[in-house]
Ligand binder design. Structure first.
Ligand code: PLI
Length: 470
């Protein structure tokens, strides 16, 4: 039994507003450097927020990955680390937590999400095969391509439109999957790569009905479905809120049902699971698991730690349980929405509806005078840092990289700057400050000019590329 009918603290008190189901016990001081210092820091970082020193950042909204605040229970768990090379007790705790909440049979820990993506791609993609997915994710697609796969986007068209109010904008378009099957044959499709929520679309959810229908279609053709479960609990929140029949189910129950439509999952435990590091690959097929478990010892570490310390596996096992609590998720998404509502009220263009982990500023609408080849979303992230020391992340043409066949820029319809909210870290007052900063940058938008790329690394260029002002 995965919990009773959800009743949040607010409901118990007969109130509608939410508050965090925790109080703060330890704080980390913040500092703001002067505008001159920010200008120097930004230039030294080649206008790439990934290359800033964290000490030069005031409010860090680069990512929600590994930046979460752990609970006192998680920190206590860190002291119970069993650092044995083989068979650490913390591995068994992690395995039990994954089996209870995600429901897969077999677990292989990895150092983080991309470690799991690497192993899965190596065992499940044959060179020349297609991998279809509901919008690409940077590291996921790269590992699929490095294994010889060709990525095909099968997300619904609404996902590419920042203004569409579709409640499940992350859904797979089953007609696109069917068309690919008709065109290339099911045997040439390695698997269906299902991400929930869809990061690059704005943290947009996938409905339970869509997952169920996808399972039926894939069963007809013998195609496996592998879930990117990185933010699957945030996805469960949207199902509970928006999908008929799920209002009285707990997030934990919704998650179990969702995962049951898939054959396995990769996980970056640095997001939903409230850990600072870690990941896993889970599978139901024993033979495939044996292959994964063998490959993990080549790339990650022994199959009972996969690159994680025992203490980190313990913190993660506890984090999985905490992340599945309805009160936690209500406050988590509530905070993201609070920021989204402020910006929407001020007429600032963002991706709607607000998704799970971030507010995505629509840089095309923000800077209509900056062509996509002059990197409007990268420019917006740089301007925001300059204005107020707030660090955001580009999620547009730079992140999309180059077409593996033609070498030209991929030009995504969505040109976004992401304000990513770490879990349990910032307060509502911080969100006010962020909104005010975005407003200030918006007010100066007409005089802002774009960037040109001065250095481009071969893989995942957004992490390390350098830019100059035009
Ligand atoms: O950063 P990793 O290697 O633990 O996980 C990679 C990864 C996989 N899937 C999804 C949906 C992600 O969002 C993801 C990492 N995302 C980062 C770092 C982010 O800032 O969104």
């Amino acid at each position: 039994m995965l919990g009773a009918t959800p009743q949040t603290m607010g409901q118990q008190l007969g109130r509608r507003s939410w508050a965090e189901p925790w109080k703060i016990k330890m704080v980390e001081p913040l500092r703001v450097i002067t505008r001159d210092e920010r200008e120097r820091a930004l230039r030294a970082a080649g206008y790439n927020t990934f290359l800033l020193k964290s000490d030069d950042v005031y409010i860090d909204l680069l990512t929600d990955s590994g930046t979460n605040a752990m609970s006192d229970r998680q920190w206590a768990g860190m002291l119970l680390g069993d650092e044995a090379y083989a068979g650490s007790r913390n591995f068994y705790h992690l395995e039990a937590a994954m089996q209870k909440y995600y429901g897969y049979k077999y677990l292989t820990p990895t150092h983080q999400g991309r470690g799991a993506e690497h192993i899965l791609s190596q065992i499940a993609v044959k060179p020349g095969q297609f991998v279809c997915g509901n919008m690409y994710f940077t590291t996921t697609r790269l590992h699929q391509e490095l294994a010889g796969g060709m990525f095909t986007d099968v997300i619904i068209d609404e996902a590419h439109d920042p203004a569409s109010l579709h409640p499940f904008k992350g859904n797979v378009d089953l007609r696109k999957v069917q068309a690919l099957i008709d065109q290339v044959g099911a045997q040439n499709i390695a698997y269906l790569s299902l991400a929930v929520t869809v990061n690059m679309a704005g943290g947009q959810p996938v409905s339970m009905a869509n997952a169920r229908e996808l399972r039926a279609l894939c069963n007809q053709h013998g195609i496996k479905i592998f879930l990117d479960a990185t933010r699957a609990l945030e996805n469960a929140f949207f199902i509970q809120e928006r999908e008929a029949g799920y209002q009285n189910k707990t997030l934990a129950e919704i998650l179990r049902e969702f995962c049951s439509y898939t054959d396995g999952a990769t996980m970056s435990a640095k997001k939903d699971s409230l850990a600072n590091i870690g990941g896993w690959l889970a599978l139901n097929d024993e033979e495939l698991f044996q292959e994964a478990s063998n490959l993990v010892v080549v790339y990650e570490g022994l199959h009972t730690y996969g690159g994680m310390a025992g203490r980190d596996m313990e913190a993660l096992a506890i984090g999985i349980e905490e992340s599945a609590q309805d009160d936690h998720m209500r406050a988590r998404i509530g905070q993201v929405r609070y920021l989204g509502d402020l910006l929407t009220d001020w007429g600032i263009p963002i991706v709607l509806p607000v998704g799970g982990h971030a507010i995505f500023l629509d840089a095309r609408a923000f800077y209509p005078h900056i062509p996509q080849d002059e990197f409007p979303a990268q420019t917006l992230a740089a301007e925001l840092y300059l204005d107020s020391g707030i660090r955001a992340m580009e999620r547009g043409i730079v992140s999309a990289g180059r077409n593996a066949q033609t070498g030209d820029h991929n030009r995504p319809k969505l040109e976004l700057t992401r304000l990513t909210i770490p879990r349990r870290v910032y307060t509502q007052a911080h969100m006010d400050v962020v909104a005010e900063a975005v407003k200030a940058v918006y007010e100066h938008r007409a005089t802002t000019r774009g960037l040109k790329m001065a250095f481009e690394p071969k893989y995942l260029r957004f992490f390390q590329a350098r830019f100059e002002r035009l």
